[in-house]
Design a protein around this ligand. Structure first.
Ligand SMILES: CC(C)(COP(=O)(O)OP(=O)(O)OC[C@H]1O[C@@H](n2cnc3c(N)ncnc32)[C@H](O)[C@@H]1O)[C@@H](O)C(=O)NCCC(=O)NCCS
Ligand SMILES: Nc1ncnc2c1ncn2[C@@H]1O[C@H](COP(=O)(O)OP(=O)(O)OP(=O)(O)O)[C@@H](O)[C@H]1O
Length: 208
């Protein structure tokens, strides 16, 4: 098995990369997806979030009101850390279970953990390779506002609550520049995939 940690700032293109890696056969474990599952309706995770933040973070249907909670935590570091302390241990447990299941199914699997906060949470050493999807902050802002319809102030707040571009690059074994077109991204993902396959069959000497 090859264990890859995939990270990048918000809107850098992690999902675009992980979709392409999955199409080539990687098993992708997406921390954002798990972070939603562990606070789904009826979970003890959601009960803890409500205990910490009050019933105002629930919708009328009893689901987590994500925009409301986002307004509370982005811009208030203490609140954000309280939320992370509830969610991150649950995400780690679930991702370890999914990885073990993938290893059982295929000992030569390439498992890609898509983790937005990989650098912030000091997890780089857990992986055989850390792949950083890199774009300048201006490109993050442009894609988040123009393509995802996020308000500029919200995008700036989330970027400010994440590691700097330099800190992320310092943790990278492989950097994937996603500042170009989607066609260029296809080519770069093909190169990265070849690096992974080489590493899987030849061992750690190819680590950059
Ligand atoms: C605050 C919440 C409810 C807002 O939900 P929302 O649906 O608006 O955003 P979503 O979860 O889809 O996240 C989108 C992006 O925001 C960024 N982001 C999310 N949480 C954080 C955080 N704690 N710190 C910095 N950036 C974050 C990431 O780039 C992520 O990819 C949600 O982001 C959350 O529960 N965050 C805490 C859990 C966490 O740290 N998740 C990150 C990966 S484990
Ligand atoms: N090379 C590219 N050219 C143009 N648009 C792109 C490119 N790569 C990604 N995008 C678009 O930019 C937006 C952000 O990409 P994506 O959702 O993959 O980022 P992300 O890093 O997964 O974000 P998040 O941190 O929120 O999970 C999406 O709308 C995506 O379609």
């Amino acid at each position: 098995m090859l264990r890859v940690g995939l990270t990048g700032g918000i809107g850098s293109g992690k999902s675009a990369v992980s979709e392409r890696l999955a199409a080539r056969g990687a098993v992708v474990i997406d921390a954002d997806v798990l972070a939603r599952e562990v606070v789904a309706r009826g979970t003890d995770g959601l009960a803890e979030v409500v205990a910490a933040f009050g019933p105002g973070v629930l919708t009328a249907d009893g689901d987590l009101d994500r925009p409301a909670l986002g307004k509370l935590v982005f811009g208030d570091e203490t609140a954000r850390r309280t939320l992370e302390a509830i969610i991150h241990p649950r995400v780690r447990l679930r991702s370890a279970q999914l990885e073990a299941a993938a290893a059982d199914r295929s000992p030569s699997a390439i498992v890609v953990h898509d983790i937005p906060l990989l650098v912030e949470t000091g997890q780089a050493d857990r992986f055989d390779l850390v792949l950083v999807v890199d774009v300048p902050v201006e490109v993050q802002l442009e894609r988040l506002t123009a393509q995802r319809g996020m308000a500029a102030a919200e995008a700036e707040q989330r970027i400010a609550s994440q590691a700097s571009r330099a800190d992320r690059l310092a943790a990278a074994d492989v950097v994937l520049d996603n500042s170009g077109s989607l066609e260029e991204l296809d080519r770069r993902v093909a190169e990265v995939w070849a690096t992974f396959e080489h590493r899987l069959s030849h061992g750690p000497d190819t680590k950059r």
